[in-house]
Write a protein that binds this ligand. Structure first.
Ligand SMILES: C[S@@+](CC[C@H](N)C(=O)[O-])C[C@H]1O[C@@H](n2cnc3c(N)ncnc32)[C@H](O)[C@@H]1O
Length: 389
């Protein structure tokens, strides 16, 4: 297909640089806003074009050599070619753009704070999900084609997970499966490998492991969710706690997982009502909250629990999966007139959608704090604070 020279002027929400050609927006992965590149058009989607870099004509000041030889092939990272200090700027711009375009918030720069940086920005992930091929090699499924790619080492993973990965190459799972998960407690040194593998070299097949955040140890079973960046999880907790004050006597912690925020909220409030639908996370939480007598942990869907009259609070923490909150959840919060909402989100587009809805119900957006939990990728976590007008 046709080759073009194009200047990139912006960043799209999935980490691709954008520019214009022939009146159409062109998406160019692995380019950086401000650069001029030679690119090959690979797909005409009607309203817009997709292109691939052939040559960088004028590189960005922030361009760097990616350390990983699989960068651009595996599809897991989108920003290894961008200096870390600039990655977080690009993410901030995307957050503000989503708040404006989807949320209808004018001047998002007035309430969007500077991103809380990640430290370290490589080797931070405490969890990896691998595929196994016929030769018993472990690797990833490529994002675009879903083809298997053998991975000997991943720069995003904690060093211990890379060591375990090397040990498990060529080993056979003890049950029929094409997937292996490795999780590591960065502050406890415990790990979990599922399923059990045919090896004597390391322990595998653990049902659970523990991780420590600040002084608190959390039990985490194989099916339970836990934040994948232990270092940044502590900063996320601090950000949530910053928004809690003396008036927040009763707090709802919705989508509570194994109790990551719950135990810290319980130290500040008279009472915490935690809501979590996963049976596994709920059971782990029963261990994790055992030293607290002011937590009521419900194993329910948030949309069902919030419909109950007896459940009310001064403040609510929301930390839903990427799809965001169901309308029923947002409706129930506004009907109960819960004064403060602290919304933790890993997906800026659904966050913007839900904040828009809450604003229409009479809440004012006070500020949005981006927290970088996922360096080298386009993903960004945000904590938004809303108060009733
Ligand atoms: C992004 S995680 C957050 C967990 C926890 N706040 C943390 O930081 O570890 C979302 C959690 O919501 C739970 N979940 C998903 N849909 C739910 C629903 N409709 N009601 C209650 N919990 C739900 C998931 O099982 C998961 O534990």
């Amino acid at each position: 297909m046709k080759e073009i020279e194009i200047q990139l002027t912006g960043m799209a929400h999935l980490g691709e640089a954008i520019g214009k050609y022939d009146g159409k927006v062109v998406f160019v992965p692995y380019a950086i806003p401000g650069e001029t590149v030679k690119a090959k058009i690979v797909k005409d989607e009607g309203d817009y074009l997709r292109a691939e870099i052939v040559d960088v004509v004028e590189p960005s000041f922030f361009r760097e050599d990616p350390p990983c030889k699989l960068f651009g092939v595996c599809g897991g990272c989108s920003f290894q070619h961008v200096a870390y200090s600039y990655q977080i700027k690009l993410k901030e711009i995307v957050v503000m753009e989503q708040l404006k375009r989807i949320g209808g918030f004018e001047n998002p720069e007035e309430f969007t704070l500077l991103t809380i940086k990640a430290e370290p920005f490589y080797n931070y992930r405490n969890r990896a999900d691998f595929s196994i091929n016929r030769q018993r090699l472990l690797g990833f499924k490529m994002r675009a084609s879903h083809k298997f790619i053998h991975v000997e080492h991943c720069f995003l993973l904690h060093q211990k997970i890379n060591e375990i990965l090397a040990t498990l190459q060529g080993k056979t799972p003890k049950r029929k499966t094409h997937n292996v998960t490795i999780r590591y407690g960065v502050n406890t040194g415990q790990w979990l490998v599922q399923p059990e593998m045919d090896t004597e070299e390391i322990e595998t097949g653990q049902k659970n492991y523990t991780e420590k955040l600040f002084e608190h140890e959390f039990l985490i079973s194989a099916p339970s969710f836990f934040q994948v960046n232990t270092y940044q999880a502590e900063k996320l907790i601090e950000t949530v706690l910053k928004y809690i004050d003396r008036d927040d006597r009763v707090i709802i912690d919705a989508y509570a997982g194994v109790g990551t925020f719950t135990v810290f909220l319980a130290k500040k409030a008279d009472k915490v009502i935690a809501i979590e639908e996963s049976r596994s996370a709920y059971k782990d939480a029963q261990i994790n909250i055992k030293n607290f007598d002011n937590i009521n942990y419900l194993c329910k869907k948030t949309e069902e629990a919030l419909n109950e009259h007896s459940i009310d609070a001064d403040a609510i923490v929301l930390d839903p999966p990427r799809v965001g909150c169901m309308k029923e959840v947002l409706e129930a919060i506004s009907e109960k007139k819960i004064k403060k909402i602290i919304y933790v989100s890993c997906e800026p587009s659904t966050l913007a959608r839900d904040l828009k809805y809450l604003r229409e119900k009479g809440y004012k957006l006070i500020e949005v704090q981006p927290v970088d939990m996922f360096p080298q990728t386009y993903h960004i976590e945000n904590v938004a604070l809303m108060k009733i007008e």
